[in-house]
Design a protein around this ligand. Structure first.
Ligand SMILES: Cc1cc2nc3c(=O)[nH]c(=O)nc-3n(C[C@H](O)[C@H](O)[C@H](O)COP(=O)(O)OP(=O)(O)OC[C@H]3O[C@@H](n4cnc5c(N)ncnc54)[C@H](O)[C@@H]3O)c2cc1C
Length: 511
């Protein structure tokens, strides 16, 4: 009986929230490639944005989101995001998410590029963990079926309608087929493409690759957000130092102790992420250092230990008391703005196939995501996906301001490229497709990726599937970055350092 109304791939916030709503409408199967709580969601620190404060409104939230998106947000999608946010927060509270409170009301903090405090948090800086645990427990105690260690490997499409999925049981190595009416990809991002990244191991672009191979449209892939402040300690993974740390008063210093952000922009430490990331990189180059520092030593220690208990503890475990010493940081790849193109109902161009969460591109982030809008996007659009599946009429996806390209197959294939491996791939993307790119670096990467793509053997286990998905996701990012001959939002071309009005449009890639 491998037949379900809904199959959801992934068990982060997008997968779990969708499943909890969908179970009211029919049978639900979640398949997830690790354990149920393997995901990026549980690492989210800062929080979730929603205009619920006294001095806030959906209109103000809309303005900040549009400003961060640098001319490429889908305004209709953003209006939906900010308007439906408060109801989704109420839903999360009803599911049991323990948001922090102050004087009996939900506590709100600032983050970069928000003009008012509107970030809800839980456990101080453990928002994602509380959301993941709460929703995961709800799913476990429901009738939703969950298959762990089960890796989606192929979407089954008949006559332009999705009919099911093939998946690998990672424990036995066997492949199974599952049929469904609605298939929802909630597979998260692709941060593992880059040598320095804040993401969990699962972020290997699987949903993008599966959807693309099945004929789905992929959009905005050139926009990958680099977070300016990931911990930079030898031998330690680039653990995120949340933007909320700067929101509470932390400042960035270079190795000479100079507070450098006011030299770059009036918004200083609270400028949008792409500006802080590039300024930080510039400052590292100028001072010949591989790091800068965040200073919070001027803040009362109790603020640090109560607002950021997780960050405080992590640093302390690595020999660093941040109430007394500077935090060494450097930029790291963080969030994929692009993804599987959807309309405002989470629908893709393949009937019955939906995408939600970081793997989807609903258009709300444009060229640059506003901090704490991604957890929100996941819940708002999960809700819309399930609402959509209860209606019969078909809605075609919008293609406004979009140019469609076929992924180039005629790249020069070379004999002399290194053998593909995760570490070589990550170094390649960091060096050639990173915070600052140009035609030469991107072309080199594109040629290597195309050569690997042609020579990859059939994937047989989880690591080989993931490597193959990363290579394809990397190709989509690199080719889109080559096409966009301008700089905008998170995409910076040193050979085209300014925005161009003629590029105020999207790049959609298809097979
Ligand atoms: C360190 C960090 C801090 C962050 N902080 C914030 C924040 O404060 N606020 C905010 O809004 N956002 C934040 N983000 C971003 C946000 O956490 C993510 O965008 C969001 O959690 C993504 O949720 P998701 O459900 O789409 O994907 P994920 O939570 O990544 O879940 C993806 C799921 O899909 C599964 N999966 C993937 N491929 C397959 C496959 N082939 N087969 C089966 N299963 C598969 C994975 O195992 C996983 O369960 C942060 C991200 C990171 C990394």
């Amino acid at each position: 009986m491998n037949q379900y109304d809904y199959i959801i791939v992934g068990s982060g916030i997008a997968g779990l929230y969708t499943a909890l709503l969908a179970k009211e409408q029919g049978s639900v199967l979640i398949i997830t490639k690790g354990s149920i709580d393997d995901c990026n969601t549980k690492y989210a620190q800062g929080g979730i944005a929603a205009a619920i404060g006294r001095n806030d409104s959906p209109e103000l939230h809309f303005k900040d989101t549009i400003a961060a998106g640098d001319g490429l947000c889908d305004e209709q999608a953003v209006r939906i995001l900010v308007k439906e946010a408060p109801d989704c927060i109420t839903n999360l509270v009803n599911f049991g998410v323990p948001f922090d409170t102050l004087d009996g009301e939900i506590a709100l903090t600032m983050e970069a590029a928000h003009n008012v405090p509107r970030i809800l948090h839980a456990g101080g800086d453990a928002t994602g963990k509380h959301i993941e645990v709460t929703l995961g427990n709800r799913v476990r105690s429901s009738k939703i079926q969950v298959l762990e260690d089960c890796l989606a490997t192929e979407l089954l499409v008949e006559k332009e309608r999705v009919s099911g999925i093939k998946a690998l049981d990672c424990r036995t190595g066997s492949i199974e087929e599952f049929d469904c009416r609605f298939l929802i990809l909630a597979t998260g991002g692709a941060g593992q493409l880059f040598k320095f990244n804040t993401n969990s191991d699962i972020a290997t672009g699987d949903g993008i690759a599966l959807a693309f191979r099945a004929g789905a449209e992929i959009i905005d892939m050139e926009f990958f957000q680099f977070h300016p402040t990931a911990l930079r300690l030898p031998g330690v993974t680039p653990f995120l130092i949340s933007e909320a740390v700067r929101g509470e008063g932390g400042v960035l210093l270079n190795v000479d102790g100079h507070h450098f952000m006011p030299d770059y922009t009036p918004k200083a430490d609270l400028a949008p992420r792409d500006i802080v990331a590039r300024s930080t990189l510039d400052e590292m180059e100028k001072t010949g250092s591989d790091r800068v520092f965040i200073d919070v030593t001027h803040l009362p220690p109790y603020i640090i230990t109560t607002r950021f208990p997780h960050i405080y503890r992590f640093c302390l475990d690595h020999g660093l008391d941040i109430t007394k010493g500077l935090i060494p940081v450097a930029p790291a790849a963080h969030y994929m703005m692009g993804g599987v193109k959807t309309n405002i109902w989470g629908e893709t161009n393949i009937t019955g196939l939906f995408a939600v969460g970081e793997t989807a591109c609903t258009g709300v982030h444009g060229a640059n995501r506003l901090a704490s809008n991604s957890l929100l996007e996941a819940v708002v659009f999960s809700n819309r996906v399930v609402n959509r599946t209860t209606r019969e009429t078909e809605i075609s996806s919008t293609s406004q301001g979009t140019e469609v390209y076929h992924l180039l197959s005629q790249r020069r294939v070379s004999e002399i490229v290194p053998a593909p491996s995760l570490s070589v791939l990550q170094q390649l993307h960091w060096d050639k497709v990173g915070i600052i790119r140009n035609q030469e670096s991107l072309t080199q990467a594109a040629n290597i990726l195309a050569t690997w793509q042609k020579s990859l053997p059939q994937s047989a286990d989880r690591p080989s599937h993931e490597l193959s998905n990363l290579i394809l996701s990397g190709q989509l990012i690199t080719e889109a970055a080559l096409l966009r001959e301008e700089s905008r939002g998170a995409h910076f071309r040193s050979d085209f350092p300014h925005s161009s009005p003629q590029w105020q449009r999207h790049i959609t890639l298809v097979k």
